[in-house]
Design a binder for this molecule. Structure first.
Ligand code: ADP
Ligand code: MG
Length: 362
């Protein structure tokens, strides 16, 4: 495929709103997708992800707002004139057609000559590692193969923009993990600006250049996977991505106090009255007995130890009654020195892992 002859395009979304009755499926969404970027819309079911993709593809007309591909306003343009490939949440393949018939469909729609269609369909099938499968019927294919057919159909006309709506959600975990890597490689090879939808935070972290976290039709945060995980902008993002527990802390000038003691932290201090300390289970550690009593120590009582094979979870109760959870690597040496339920312990977070978030529900 020769997508580089056309080049990727940036997408500029401005103030897009879509309501269904009283439901704000999209609530004043503005978002810039960079040229050639792999951007993921991540959010819970019903948050507006599909609606936003449908607006980009042209199947849904928003109530208001602007949408540009490059410099061109496309909000009123019909789907087949937008140069956008899309895979749908249900694969939406034609079951009565062969693989060739399905993949060639967008080219027939665009009146491409027959011999050219055959060539491009075969090339697209090669790209998704389905070379030689053209004569098969859709119902003779596995879930993973059907997904590849859907991708081949989306890229066969070499669109400058590729949209994928939860393409892997129907696959089992092993195949999903493998397809995540494959789709990422495909993106690197083709270089199309890609907007990918998932509700699976791990999938989003694995695949994306940047992630837009969506809730109630709004973008809660747009950031790289790492920034999103390390520096969530608000409680919703901190909760949705990874595991965490939250402790209410008190702000006093530039200082932050928990249980009357100042916390050491390197990150920004959010400007809010509702300040929370976010504790990721893998970032809090069990201090060995007699360790130097430095900053950010928490006296606690072990309440439960759960063995999970590759790791263990230690549940602990703080003096004020709050429960926190710590995850540790389940190595033999550590497991033998695990506290027992009821033991007094000290948990510590390093200042660089001490993250404060705005507790207000946006
Ligand atoms: P997601 O893809 O994140 O699960 P959707 O974009 O499908 O979310 O839906 C967002 C909200 O808009 C939901 O509350 C959904 O019920 C509503 N919605 C979406 N499409 C329609 C429609 N065609 N008619 C009525 N309500 C809709
Ligand atoms: Mg959806």
């Amino acid at each position: 495929m020769s997508s580089d002859t056309k080049g990727a395009l940036p997408i500029t979304i401005r103030n897009v709103t879509k309501t269904y009755g009283k439901v704000h499926a999209l609530d004043d969404v503005s978002l810039d997708v960079r040229s050639g970027e792999f951007l993921t819309l991540l959010g819970p079911s019903g948050s507006g992800k599909t609606t936003l993709l449908m607006v980009l593809a042209g199947f849904t007309r928003p109530d208001c707002g602007s949408l540009k591909f490059g410099d061109r306003e496309v909000i009123r343009l019909a789907p087949h004139l937008r140069d956008v490939g899309m895979t749908f949440q249900s694969y939406a393949l034609f079951p009565h057609m062969t693989v060739n018939g399905n993949v060639g469909y967008p080219l027939r729609l665009r009146k491409v000559p027959k011999d050219e269609i055959a060539k491009r369909v075969e090339a697209a099938l090669e790209t998704v590692q389905l070379g030689g499968f053209g004569e098969r019927r859709i119902d003779q294919l596995s879930g993973g193969q059907r997904q590849r057919v859907a991708v081949a159909r989306a890229i066969v006309f070499e669109p400058r923009i590729l949209l994928m709506d939860e393409p892997l959600s129907a696959l089992d975990k092993k195949l999903r993990d493998q397809m995540q890597i494959e789709l990422r490689h495909l993106h690197e090879k083709l270089g199309m600006t890609t907007v990918y939808v998932t509700h699976d935070q791990r999938e989003a972290l694995t695949m994306s250049d940047r992630i837009a976290v969506v809730n109630f039709g709004r973008i809660m945060q747009l950031a790289t996977p790492r920034d999103l995980y390390e520096r969530p902008a608000n409680r919703f993002v901190a909760d949705f991505i990874g595991e965490s527990t939250f402790l209410k802390v008190i702000r006093q000038g530039g200082k932050v106090l928990y249980a009357g003691k100042p916390l050491k932290f390197h990150a920004d201090l959010p400007d809010t009255d509702n300040l929370l300390l976010m504790i990721r289970p893998e970032r809090i550690v069990l201090s060995p007995e007699g360790a130097r009593r430095g900053a950010n120590n928490f006296d606690a009582t072990a309440t439960e130890v759960v063995y999970q094979g590759d790791s263990f979870l230690l549940h602990a109760r703080l003096a004020d009654g709050h429960q926190i959870v710590m995850r540790g690597a389940a190595r033999g040496d550590r497991m033998s020195s695990m506290p027992a339920v009821g033991d007094s312990i000290v948990l510590t977070i390093a200042p660089e892992d001490t993250v404060l978030v705005d507790g207000a529900e946006a």
